[in-house]
Design a protein around this ligand. Structure first.
Ligand code: ADE
Length: 348
């Protein structure tokens, strides 16, 4: 893992992180939609993929390689699994940091059957030497096997079956042009609307046998920072509260009380988000302040800040990224009930 022990500890306590924890993986396997019909939200991406699947199926071909990017927890893995299922194909799943040796990647590629899927999560963290293997594999369905060692080693081109690589990344900017250009289909996943999240919560509740009022579901949805993984996680915590304090039924009041106790505010912000914003506002006069400075102030990894905290704070309009650093917006001052300082025009 690239992320240090400290940030993992912080992460583990973060109820509103989009990154998956072990418990999420178990639950997600239960509630994850298996086909496009059950998949809620991301309508533009879904429609485009449905058309690509139907066309490929009609031609009897493998689907073009697909690159999905966007913040964690929005359903990239789920979409890859749906694609494989809709193409009646198998899927193998790995991730950039899990593949350590060239042989790890070659073994997966040579094991793929015609029209199979290979889902490669966190593709931006794949080692450069392994990325080199992907180029001919994606383009010509070929890998060069090295047989033997030392001066006697020989290169044997090996023809792969035509397959589909689904690459996923939270950091599109870190996928270099030569790799990016080899994907025929590229889509960004956006944060979900509260309406879509409410439907997702209703659906998960039904599958998990949780009784919930529509108003309770809407309240959890509003505080789930546009992220189904967070919505499903909050649903489980609110259920615990409902079972212990409220006869197991989630009403609006139960949801509000429970989320307040969990430290998740009405916009889905938690302690770390608030600390981040207050650091920019109070310690650095609203910015601009560099990412590394913020990270050091909060004892957080820069990566986690850029990947999880900032996208949502920016979406809410509380934080801006400028060439000179991060800046708290006028709305942020309003949100925290503070007076915005007069800044010199043209300062940033
Ligand atoms: N669970 C998590 N994400 C989902 C989605 N997009 N649609 C339905 N259920 C989900």
């Amino acid at each position: 893992m690239l992320f240090g022990a400290m940030s993992e500890m912080t992460e583990a306590r973060r109820l509103v992180s989009g990154r998956a924890f072990d418990e999420d993986a178990r639950i997600e396997a239960t509630v994850r939609p298996a086909n496009f019909g059950d998949y809620i939200g991301q309508d533009r991406v879904k429609e485009n993929l449905q058309i690509a699947v139907e066309a490929a199926r009609n031609r009897g071909e493998a689907l073009d390689h697909v690159l999905l990017y966007g913040p964690p927890g929005l359903g990239k893995t789920t979409l890859a699994q749906i694609l494989a299922r809709e193409m009646s194909s198998s899927i193998k799943i790995s991730s950039g940091p899990l593949l350590e040796k060239k042989g790890d990647l070659t073994a997966v590629l040579t094991g793929l059957e015609l029209r199979d899927f290979f889902f490669l999560d966190e593709i931006h963290r794949l080692q450069p030497a392994l990325e080199e293997i992907l180029y001919p594999a994606m383009e010509d369905f070929r890998v060069d096997l090295i047989i033997g060692q030392g001066p006697g080693a020989r290169v044997h081109p090996y023809q792969l079956n035509r397959f589909t690589l689904v690459g996923a990344t939270t950091r599109a900017g870190l996928v270099m042009a030569p790799l990016r250009s080899r994907f025929g289909i590229v889509h960004r996943l956006d944060f979900y609307t509260p309406d879509d999240l409410e439907k997702i919560i209703g659906r998960s509740a039904k599958i998990l046998g949780i009784t919930i009022d529509p108003e309770g579901a809407a309240e959890i949805a509003r505080r789930s920072r546009g992220t189904p993984r967070v919505a499903n996680r909050l649903l489980r915590r609110v259920r615990d509260f409902a079972e212990v304090r409220a006869e197991g039924h989630i009403t609006l009041g139960v949801a509000r009380e429970s989320l307040k106790m969990l430290g998740v505010d009405e916009h889905g912000l938690d302690e770390t988000d608030r600390n981040l914003m207050l650091t920019v506002i109070q310690k650095y006069a609203g910015g601009p302040v560099g990412l590394n400075t913020i990270a050091a102030s909060l004892s957080e990894e820069e990566d986690a800040i850029e990947e999880i905290y900032e996208p949502y704070l920016m979406q809410l309009g509380l934080l801006d990224r400028t060439p000179r650093g991060r800046v708290a917006t006028a709305l942020a001052y309003k949100h925290f009930g503070m007076e915005e300082p007069r800044r010199q025009p043209g300062l940033f």
